[in-house]
Design a protein around this ligand. Structure first.
Ligand code: 1CP
Length: 374
């Protein structure tokens, strides 16, 4: 480790703090903005950090709320959804909030009965397997179909002191649940549709765009300051198949929200070989899982694009010294380049300890490289 680069224990930090006192409101807006600034590859006062699935079962307060409300009920009660969204912001000190919802919420409201089963995930009674199945999905009209999401964002816009990330599921991931009918690790049925009945597949992709695009637009119009497309399971596809069957639709989604001028984040697990394609879909920030080292991932994506990641989520369950060492190692691999947003390589696990996660946030903030600030 090259300690002279690091401001965590150095005099620069004291000087910086002193400047903060003098510059008051300017620094305040910088602080609030550090996540958005990093998305745009601008200098930051501290490396921003947030966690995918940062609101959820690892939080005692969330579990308590879940005793009274199902997941869908939380989403449909804007006051509750807003409270859950804000929980990790105060608890962990993260630099961005992510709207509390689920990738299946818009497809559920667009006509497919989805049940989110505890310890399983989204389950659909009649999976989509043919053209008639695709036609059960309607294009989404956000004001009518998901008014509660708009209302939640409206509340959060006034309450939050950090930017709000709106999100949607990516086309392959949404299709995987709709076609398989439940979480899968094999993706047999969804790939069968892709290869055996491409017409049905393309119709499904077009329809999903008609759901995802208005959903993202509505979140931004209501106040979301950035968006993330979770194509969590796209990594099970070869680059060629991703390019042929999915990329045109992810591109269409990103293009359609381009004029709204908010940063666009694109993420999937196991996407080491797809990183350039996630970028080419139109992302400003590419999410990196924990498998590809961050420096190698950034080299692949190119330094003109920001990156987000990439701590192995299971490390949070192990000894603290290893966890914090690996946290600092990721920062070392980012080398203080502009445009790194610290995150896990995938979602927070339910067994995670809140205080341990908070230590990661503090470590990232303290260990920020001088280079990221200038
Ligand atoms: O009842 C519960 O509390 C169950 C757990 C849970 C939670 C907290 C589910 C079921 N969804 C959610 C909320 C959720 N889902 C959020 C908001 C929380 C936050 O991030 O702070 C978000 C962003 C999602 C997105 C989501 N849902 C994704 C993409 C991110 C990822 O983890 O890859 C995916 C794939 C889903 C599907 C889903 N919903 C729920 C589960 C357990 C799953 C995954 C199922 C599987 O393994 O395939």
């Amino acid at each position: 480790m090259e300690i002279e680069w690091v401001s965590a224990v150095g005099i620069t930090d004291c000087v910086y703090r002193a400047c903060e006192t003098f510059q008051g409101s300017l620094e305040e807006s910088l602080l609030e903005d550090r996540f958005l600034r990093a998305c745009r590859r601008e200098s930051v006062d501290r490396t921003p950090v947030w966690f995918m699935r940062q609101a959820g079962r690892y939080q005692p307060e969330y579990r308590k709320i879940r005793e009274r409300y199902s997941l869908m009920e939380i989403c449909r009660h804007p006051e509750v959804a807003a409270e859950v969204t804000m929980l990790p912001v105060t608890q962990l000190g993260v630099d961005a909030a992510i709207l509390f919802s689920d990738i299946m919420v818009p497809v559920h409201e667009a006509g497919v009965d989805v049940e989110i089963k505890p310890n399983i995930g989204p389950v659909i009674d009649r999976p989509i397997r043919d053209q008639a199945g695709v036609e059960r999905l309607r294009p989404l009209v956000p004001e009518e179909d998901v008014p509660y999401v708009i209302e939640t964002v409206n509340i959060l816009k006034d309450e939050l002191k950090v930017p709000l990330i709106g999100f949607a599921g990516g086309p392959f991931t949404l299709a995987s649940y709709l076609v398989e009918g439940r979480p899968t690790r094999k993706f047999h049925e969804v790939k069968r549709m892709m290869f055996a009945t491409p017409d049905v597949w393309y119709a499904l992709m077009e329809r999903l765009c008609q759901i995802v695009i208005p959903f993202l637009k509505a979140q931004v119009k209501a106040g979301a300051a950035a968006i993330q497309l979770f194509d969590s399971w796209a990594g099970c596809l070869s680059p060629a198949d991703y390019q042929e069957f999915v990329l045109p639709y992810s591109k269409k989604i990103f293009e359609s929200v381009d004029s709204l001028e908010v940063p666009k984040i694109h993420f999937g697990v196991g996407t080491g070989e797809l990183l350039v394609h996630l970028r080419d879909a139109g992302a400003d920030v590419v999410g990196v899982d924990w498998v590809v080292p961050l420096d190698e991932a950034w080299r692949r994506v190119g330094y003109e694009t920001a990156v987000q990641g990439n701590l192995e989520p299971n490390l949070v369950l192990g000894p603290l010294d290893r966890l914090l060492e690996r946290t600092r190692e990721i920062m070392d691999r980012a080398e203080g380049r502009r445009g790194h947003i610290f995150n896990l390589g995938h979602g927070v696990l339910p067994e995670t300890n809140v205080d341990t996660l908070r230590r990661v946030v503090d470590t990232v903030h303290e260990y920020t490289y001088e280079g990221a600030r200038t």
